[in-house]
Design a protein around this ligand. Structure first.
Ligand code: ATP
Length: 459
């Protein structure tokens, strides 16, 4: 466990203009730190100073994000404002918690060898942090994941020649998942074709490298395209988990926002690291922000990053048997240019879930809660939710699960035993469907399906 006391992660330049996506990056970073802090704080397996350290890093990331001037308009502006509100609330809670812990230390709680757990009666509970939602930036699954530890398991890079070691270190801290990936094939509901294709490209060649040479060499680039919120990111994480690959996870938009000025070098260093640490998967989310056909309107910095990306991509398999895969995701494949399309040999459509997949997602989501939904009702619900994406279904199930709680008045809520809260029923879902509507426009589906017919692969 890290015991460093640096407060700021010192990796971003908050306070300037930023997009909604850049704000999400700040939030994600803060969430990662705060999750570790909470884990230490609540499990009692650690020193208060460790928890303070991680809380402080989360606080610094939130402060940087909140200080940004978001320049979006329309829907993205609204989303950014909401996110900022959440970040402000998270910030207050995390600061409060740091104060409680500092107070605790001042009272002698940090004596060597005395764990948080041993001193717990003196501490206020952390529940206030949980209910004020230090929420992950994307919809969480209802599975409790082990907290991330951005330090443990970090590989050493000082021996790698020809790279900027400081930048490599930053990449390892902020872009590479350090063994905390827990998404498995089974977590990803449906999507049989993409899973099969990924097994062919990644899993089988790892098991039988001697069979996959020459013409059978696995593809180096794979594009996942489709409407937002249907498992593209989950799939990439699952394949990295199942193949025990190092997972480099970066959004293309952040190359010019969060990594402003460093984008080109970052891409080069990231590929060098991926090669060194292989098997590796580089996951480039929102790839259209980088590899689009905007031509003349592209600004210079972006063009340089793009060139570096294409060159690094081409240079990454100079020896037989190298195991690096670049996976990219987009909701706007029609904006990608020819150079990008050529490199992503496998282009797989990740559609909205069909009825059976919706049923499975819903079943999975409610399975850990007391519910009364029969098979027939689940079928009915699956039919009623035509057009909902995976993340819409998650939002719907979350809202419906609050139905039984909303019925209780404040006093009852304070005292009711958890096992006496009434089960979730179909009616809760029907009520929630009035406010949680499908988020994907029909036009987008038409465009994506047309593009899939022209450029997608069917096996
Ligand atoms: P975006 O285009 O916005 O980046 P995405 O396609 O990468 O979205 P994910 O981030 O993978 O979508 O999924 C969002 C959330 O929706 C997941 O965290 C999960 O809760 C739920 N979800 C989406 N698709 C699936 C699926 N196939 N199986 C299980 N859960 C899913």
């Amino acid at each position: 466990m890290a015991t460093g006391t640096s407060v700021s992660p010192g990796r971003s330049r908050g306070g300037g203009p930023a997009s909604y996506l850049a704000l999400r990056e700040y939030h994600k970073r803060a969430y990662d730190f705060l999750s570790v802090a909470l884990e230490i704080d609540e499990s009692g397996k650690g020193e208060p100073t460790d928890a303070i350290d991680y809380y402080s890093r989360g606080v610094a990331a939130l402060e940087e994000g909140i200080a940004c001037d978001v320049y979006e308009v329309g829907e993205d502006q609204e989303k950014a404002e909401k996110l900022k509100e959440r970040m402000i609330s998270n910030l207050e809670m995390a600061r409060d918690r740091v104060n409680v812990l500092r107070e605790f230390i001042l009272q002698g709680g940090a004596l060597k060898g005395v764990s948080l757990e041993a001193k717990r009666p003196h501490l206020q509970p952390t529940a206030s942090l949980r209910v004020h939602k230090i929420t992950p930036p994307r919809e969480p699954t209802n599975k409790k994941k082990p907290a991330k530890n951005p330090v443990m398991g970090k590989p050493r890079v000082s021996h790698i020649k020809g790279i900027d070691h400081q930048l490599a270190d930053k990449i390892l801290d902020e872009i590479v998942d350090q063994g905390e990936l827990t998404v498995t094939w089974d977590d990803v509901v449906g999507l049989e074709l993409p899973k099969r294709t990924l097994q062919e490209i990644v899993i089988l060649p790892a098991l039988r490298p001697e069979l996959f040479t020459g013409l059978r060499s696995p593809a180096r680039g794979m594009l996942l395209f489709g409407p937002p919120g249907n498992g593209k990111t989950m799939l990439a994480k699952a394949v990295a988990h199942e193949s025990q690959a190092k997972f480099f996870n970066i959004s293309a938009a952040s190359l010019t926002s969060k990594w402003v000025g460093d984008g080109e070098k970052l891409v080069k260093t990231m590929f060098a690291l991926a090669r060194e640490l292989q098997p590796s998967i580089i996951f480039l989310d929102e790839v259209d922000a980088l590899l689009s056909k905007r031509g003349g309107s592209e600004h210079d910095a972006m063009r340089r990053i793009k060139n570096e990306f294409l060159q690094s991509f081409d240079g990454m398999h100079t020896q037989e048997g190298e195991r690096i895969l670049v996976m990219a995701a987009t909701n706007r494949p029609q904006e990608l240019d020819d150079a990008a399309l050529r490199r992503f040999e496998k282009r797989i459509y990740i559609p909205l879930p069909g009825k059976e997949a919706r049923k499975s997602v819903l079943r999975k989501l409610i399975s850990k809660h007391h519910n009364l939904l029969s098979e027939d009702q689940l079928n009915k619900l699956a039919s009623m939710t035509d057009g909902y994406s995976g993340s819409d279904l998650t939002a719907l199930a979350k809202d419906a699960s609050l139905g039984p709680i909303r019925e209780l008045d404040f006093n009852a809520l304070k005292s009711v035993p958890a096992n006496q809260v009434r089960p979730i029923g179909l009616n809760d879902f029907q009520l929630s469907m009035r406010t949680i509507r499908p988020s994907v426009a029909k036009d987008l589906i038409t465009t994506l399906e047309q593009w899939n017919t022209l450029y997608g692969v069917s096996s």
